[in-house]
Design a protein around this ligand. Structure first.
Ligand code: NIG
Ligand code: FE
Length: 444
């Protein structure tokens, strides 16, 4: 088959999937889940997020029910208070018996780069042999390597690959995901990435937020004139991204060897003029000042945070910015660990996200992130669950509708396999504990 025909066939398949998904997305029904061993993440106070000691409290109901209608959580409580109408079948209610199983709000993955072309396992070998992330980047590898591959890929190919990744994370319990651009690094390719993300929003049952990350790396031809690249981000990219309404947020990789505080301030101000709220990469490689600049511009989140000291903790205190840790990147790059225990003990909130990307974290498995949160950062299972659900929902601007079990929230939940209790979720790392996925009130 010629390449053209293969592409046409792929487009056709994508359209078919799109059509079926659209029909299914709105074919929601009433669902009653009964005999739930433990309903996890109940939040009757509609907290936007949890901080400090409150992160250690995970509200649950044992022997519970959950009622879903029109895609929303309509009622929940103890089985003792449940009255099931005799004619439930006639009333169009699907009853699911969850005896021995737990029900969780779906994970919210507030930081990913899951639209990308190809993979970078060669650099993985370089890393094993001792090259650092910065050294690989300096040689033109890293993000620039992905930018080259992305330039050569069509939108159709990028959509097809990203849909497969979305499917995979859906079955490991993710119900909402933020996706960044940043492998374009020129106006045309950045717009291409963001249009792909826009299309994914309608193709996938997941809740998706898009972040413009034109300032992810400096292309080689701008190496000695970085300010010209920043000018292009500000004067060319941001206005076009805004005109097509392609992004919800704006990001900058504010770190040693990448973008400076001054670059970051200029870019964030330009983005904010167009209504793009900041969410930034900060303090992964050094005490870059990125956390402070994020807080100064009211960032929704500052992410990575390996280099967080007392000054950074003070800056985050009393701010509305969610400190977000990316354990997958710290694990994969063998980096120092962010001082999560100290941050929570100082009263801060913390979110956890996957950073799913081909260079520093080629996995979007939030169950694994949960386990890493506990083992690598000494978070309790309760703290790590709050960090991957409600707090990460806040970090992507969706905690009013997702991230906990509360009346009126979107019914994005998963039912586990039969498991002993909540601690088993991070404990049994590497195996999939998710049995049934419900998104927008529909069983997948
Ligand atoms: O979050 N730190 C910057 N950006 C990504 C890495 C992207 C890549 O290496 O492709 C991150 O780790
Ligand atoms: Fe990232």
């Amino acid at each position: 088959m010629s390449e053209l025909n293969t592409r046409n066939l792929l487009s056709h398949c994508i359209f078919e999937t799109f059509h079926v998904r659209l029909v299914n997305k709105y074919l929601v029904m009433k669902i009653l889940i009964i005999n739930i061993k433990e309903l996890v993440g109940v939040d009757e106070n509609f907290n936007p997020y949890l901080s400090g000691a409150a992160m250690g409290k995970l509200h649950t109901i044992k022997n519970a029910f959950l009622f879903i209608d029109k895609g929303l959580i309509l009622e929940f409580g103890s089985m003792e208070h449940l009255f099931i109408p005799e004619d439930w079948k006639k009333k169009g209610i699907k009853v699911i018996d969850a005896a021995g199983k737990l029900v969780f709000p779906s994970f919210c993955d507030s930081h990913t780069h899951l639209v990308y072309a190809g993979s970078r396992e060669i650099e993985y070998i370089d890393k094993i042999k001792g090259l650092s992330y910065e050294e690989i980047a300096k040689r033109g590898g890293g993000i620039l390597n992905s930018a080259k591959k992305l330039h050569e890929a069509s939108e159709t190919e990028l959509i097809g690959d990203a849909l497969e990744r979305l499917e995979e994370i859906t079955w490991s319990g993710t119900g909402a995901v933020e996706i960044k651009s940043g492998y374009g690094l020129n106006t045309e390719d950045e717009l291409k990435m963001l249009r792909v993300i826009r299309d994914l929003k309608s193709l996938s049952p997941l809740t998706i937020k898009a972040t413009f990350l034109g300032a992810h790396a400096i292309p080689i031809k701008y190496r000695c004139k970085q300010h010209e690249y920043v000018d292009m981000v500000i004067n060319e990219m941001i206005p076009q991204v805004a005109a097509e309404e392609l992004a919800d947020y704006i990001d900058v990789f504010c770190d040693k060897g990448f973008f400076t505080i001054e670059d970051t301030e200029r870019i964030l101000m330009a983005g904010m003029k167009h209504g793009l709220k900041p969410k930034i990469h900060a303090n992964e490689l050094d005490y870059s000042g990125g956390i402070q600049v994020g807080v100064k511009y009211g960032a929704l989140s500052v992410d990575h945070l390996e280099y967080t000291g007392d000054a950074e903790i003070t800056a985050l205190k009393d701010s509305e910015t969610m400190p977000t840790i990316l354990p997958g990147a710290a694990f994969f790059l063998n980096m120092v660990h962010a001082p999560v225990r100290k941050m929570i003990d100082a009263g801060l909130p913390v979110a956890l996200a996957s950073d799913f990307n081909p260079g520093s974290s080629p996995s979007g498995n939030m169950q694994l992130i949960l386990s890493m949160g506990c083992i690598m950062y000494r978070m309790t299972p309760e703290e790590a669950i709050n960090a991957t659900t409600l707090n990460s929902a806040y970090a992507m601007g969706v905690s009013e509708e997702l991230g906990s079990i509360a009346i009126g929230k979107t019914a994005n939940v998963f039912i586990t396999k039969p498991i002993p209790g909540i601690e088993f979720m991070p404990y049994a790392y590497g195996s999939n504990k998710v049995d049934t996925v419900i998104l927008n009130g529909k069983v997948l």
